[in-house]
Design a protein around this ligand. Structure first.
Ligand SMILES: *Cc1c(COP(=O)(O)O)cnc(C)c1O
Length: 424
């Protein structure tokens, strides 16, 4: 797809007026600057904005708690006992899964540990884990401590796929090459589908095919991918995936996370796992102490441990409804490519040698985020952006991450951001 852009403000305004997703901006609370104007909010990769519909759904749960208390488990407007089931199908649509492959539970890093408990069973031959570098620190801590938990040393068991010298992002071919070279000793490949730092979108189907060809388990962290790029976890044949819902999924701080277990494993009740009562067959769940035997549900639900956290799930219901109303990831991705493409165009047009965009240039190699490496006074530049009403984050030592999202950002937001960034 080629796109012709112009740096005129009128052009940005015209793109907004022609944008079919334009009305969705009004479904979110946009934080305001000191003068009461909406911030240019490009931090949805860190914490997505609040859907206006979230308040009513949370208040409903508070009201049911107040008036029904324990009886709300079965008698609430949306019964608490099965509340997680209301999230299953919309969430499965967003990640390209079958409903029986998805469970919303816990938080992201916890789910990563739970998936590793099932899928990382190191033996004498196969004991290594391959990750990209730099990975998000929580993932690195989780993976290193998993290795140590099994009595191994990360120095022997952790392989890192790094950018080549002079490059910022990791090439798919280099990951595939590492997989082939370590095919006999690798147990698990874990890749963040969109890298938190560079914004690179990895070729997950190609990496998964390379791993699975050698019998290696493929896990994906979707923290920066869910709600950002189209995903087809089932068809790609990924073994497991985990993600949070407070970034592009706009469901509020620390909100409930997701996990995917491919059907071929999800239905296998023999797989080892760390269990709790909500993963047990509902027919015997409430026999409690009379049923000491754990009988997992033959779906991703078999990994659920605890009863659902209602107050963290209510905003996610509101958010997932917005994604469905927008028509899912396809129209969102179409706008996202234009929005981010426009940002890239404006930055290149300004031709500043004060910064370098380290995110891949082709739209297929990235999500909505551009990572802007500042060559001079990066902290001052970030302060200047903040002072001008921009919310974009700063990653040490010198990278500003800007993530225009298709649900609530406008082309005019992008135009204003680029002007503030590039003016002297
Ligand atoms: C945001 C993020 C996390 C955060 O983990 P929590 O368990 O939700 O606190 C972990 N990993 C990646 C890749 C992230 O982007």
């Amino acid at each position: 797809m080629t796109m012709t852009f112009s740096a005129d403000e009128d052009f940005a305004l015209r793109l907004d007026s022609e944008d079919p997703l334009r009305p969705f901006r009004d479904k979110f609370h946009l934080p305001l600057d000191g003068n009461g104007r909406p911030l240019i909010y490009f931090a949805g990769n860190s914490l997505g904005l609040m859907p206006k519909a979230a308040r009513q759904l949370v208040e409903q749960e508070l009201a049911d708690w107040a008036s029904l208390a324990v009886d709300a488990h079965l008698g609430a407007t949306t019964p608490w006992y099965s509340y997680h089931e209301t999230l299953r199908e919309p969430m499965a649509r967003l990640v390209g899964a079958k409903p029986n492959e998805v469970i919303c539970m816990n938080s992201l890093t916890v789910n990563l540990h739970l998936m590793m408990a099932t899928f990382y069973r190191p033996g004498k031959e196969r004991f290594k884990i391959l990750m990209e570098d730099p990975a998000f620190p929580s993932d690195t801590y989780a993976i290193k401590t998993q290795i140590i938990h099994h009595g191994l040393d990360p120095k022997d068991a952790l392989l890192l796929a790094r950018p080549r010298k002079g490059e910022f992002t990791v090439r798919t071919e280099d990951i595939v090459e590492l997989i082939q070279r370590n095919a006999d000793t690798l147990a698990v490949v874990l890749i963040g589908a969109v890298n938190f730092f560079t914004g690179e979108l990895f070729d997950i189907p190609a990496i998964t095919a390379a791993a699975r060809k050698h019998g290696i388990t493929m896990g994906v962290d979707l923290a920066h991918a869910a709600g950002n790029v189209p995903l087809s976890l089932h068809d790609w044949n990924v073994d497991f995936a985990v993600w949070c819902s407070y970034k592009y999924l706009n469901s509020g701080p620390g909100a409930v996370a997701g996990a995917f277990v491919h059907e071929r494993h999800a239905t296998n009740t023999q797989l080892p796992r760390l269990a709790g009562w909500f993963g047990n067959d509902p027919n015997t769940r409430f026999r409690l102490h009379l049923e000491p035997e754990f009988i997992p549900v033959a779906s991703a639900d078999g990994w659920q441990i605890s009863n659902p956290p209602i107050f963290s799930m209510a905003p996610l219901r509101a958010s997932l409804a917005v994604f469905d109303e927008a028509g899912g990831m396809e129209p969102l991705r179409a706008k996202s490519e234009r929005l981010t493409g426009y940002l890239q165009f404006l930055l290149e047009e300004a031709g500043s040698n004060r910064f370098t965009v380290i995110t891949p240039r082709e739209p297929g190699g990235r999500g909505c985020q551009l990572s802007i490496l500042s060559h001079e006074h990066p902290k001052e530049l970030h302060k200047k952006l903040e002072a001008a009403g921009v919310k974009a984050d700063f990653r040490e030592p010198n990278v500003i991450r800007a993530a225009p999202t298709p649900l609530y950002n406008s082309f005019h937001d992008v135009w204003r951001f680029a002007r503030i960034l590039t003016e002297h």
